[in-house]
Write a protein that binds this ligand. Structure first.
Ligand SMILES: Nc1ncnc2c1ncn2[C@@H]1O[C@H](COP(=O)(O)OP(=O)(O)OP(=O)(O)O)[C@@H](O)[C@H]1O
Ligand code: SF4
Ligand SMILES: [Mg+2]
Length: 330
């Protein structure tokens, strides 16, 4: 894959294999490649266990990568001794699903927010407090909360603290792994609106992981669909969601009902859990694919460009434009 001028991050043929003792290896990510363009939001979608969080952790330098590259500014984070530190130094931050476990329960809010600065900046407590207060304003938290402990905050407020902490190091790319799925429905939308506003005002780029299609449609500009550790389709969100080409994307998107207000269902439970990653020869989707032909069970399809997106399916060219109209609003 060639690097385009505007690519902020490039993931090349990433392979992550878990090797639990006395159990067969789990091929969680099986040669995944994609690029993150500055200012865009790429959503990774797919069923539970498809490898989304593993990719997220690899991008943050938190995962042991078997092979492949995660290039940020031309530096391969996988080749660095301390991948997490290298990722942070190059402007990558992460917001996970559960804000409670992400925060030190004994620390006041202001200290958690400026935690990323502790090792890099020699500043007084007063300076850190001032930085924290400024970040709190940016994420919609009242300054009076600075001295509170996490248990004294609501779930939504705690997630705002985590987002403020992610902003402390002036990031360029934020990895959002299920950022709203632990929150009440009423708070979920407020956090999505905040994330969208921060992206625009601070020129951020997001890698979003969510099984909530409403959140994906609200935030993402592009989407990549994962199936058993492989990318099956990727491209602009409007194209992929409106006219999915890959049979798996079609199944995934078609099963999402259209509901006013774009509160759409969960993509995680739409189709039954198949085999474990890496168990299948040929196209990983062939045991469940209504379009499967002989070659599908012997030869894995490679990604090809079809109408502005990349699709890994032997029959991708046969799907006429606009025929796979999905029933979900974008
Ligand atoms: N630390 C680990 N040790 C062994 N296997 C793991 C580990 N972490 C993940 N896996 C396995 O790797 C595969 C991918 O997991 P991953 O957490 O990346 O999926 P996911 O798409 O994020 O799923 P979910 O939607 O449930 O969060 C799964 O089969 C999972 O069981
Ligand atoms: S390659 Fe074959 S089995 Fe795989 S999605 Fe395409 S038609 Fe279905
Ligand atoms: Mg996950």
């Amino acid at each position: 894959m060639t690097m385009t001028a505007s690519a902020l991050l490039e993931v090349n043929e990433l392979v992550v294999t878990y090797r639990p003792p006395k159990r067969p290896p789990i091929h969680a990510v099986a040669s995944v490649s994609f690029q993150m363009v500055e200012g865009k939001t790429l959503a990774l979608i797919g069923e539970s266990g498809s490898g989304k969080s593993t990719i997220a952790r690899a991008v943050c330098g938190l995962e042991h990568v078997e092979s492949g590259q995660v290039l940020m500014d031309g530096t391969d984070l996988c080749a660095e001794k301390d991948g997490a530190r290298a990722a942070g130094a190059r402007g990558i931050q992460v917001v996970f699903q559960d804000p409670t476990s992400a925060l030190n329960p004994r620390w006041p809010v202001w200290r958690s927010i400026t935690e990323p600065l502790l090792s890099r900046r020699r500043a007084s407590k007063e300076e850190h407090l001032a930085i924290a207060l400024d970040l709190m304003v940016q994420v919609g938290l009242h300054a009076s909360m600075a001295q509170r402990r996490p248990r004294e905050l609501s779930g939504g407020q705690r997630q705002r603290v985590v987002i403020a902490r992610a902003l402390a190091n002036k990031p360029r790319l934020i990895v959002l792994d299920e950022p709203v799925s632990a929150l009440d429905v009423s708070v979920r939308n407020e956090i999505l609106v905040l994330l969208d506003a921060l992206k625009r005002t601070q020129g951020l780029t997001y890698l979003l992981i969510s099984h909530d299609m409403g959140a994906v449609i609200q935030l993402a500009t592009d989407v990549a669909v994962l199936y058993l550790g492989k990318l099956v389709e990727s491209g602009p969100i409007e194209e992929v969601v409106r006219h999915p080409i890959h049979p798996y994307t079609q199944a995934l998107i078609r099963a999402v009902p259209t509901v006013h207000g774009r509160r759409l269902t969960d993509v995680q439970t739409l189709v039954e859990r198949p085999s474990a990653p890496g168990e299948i020869v040929g196209c990983p989707f062939h045991p469940r694919c209504p379009m499967a032909v002989d070659v599908c069970s012997t030869t894995a399809p490679v990604g090809q460009k079809v109408r502005g997106r990349i699709v890994a399916c032997h029959r991708a060219q046969e799907v006429p434009a606009g025929t796979s109209e999905a029933n979900c609003e974008v």
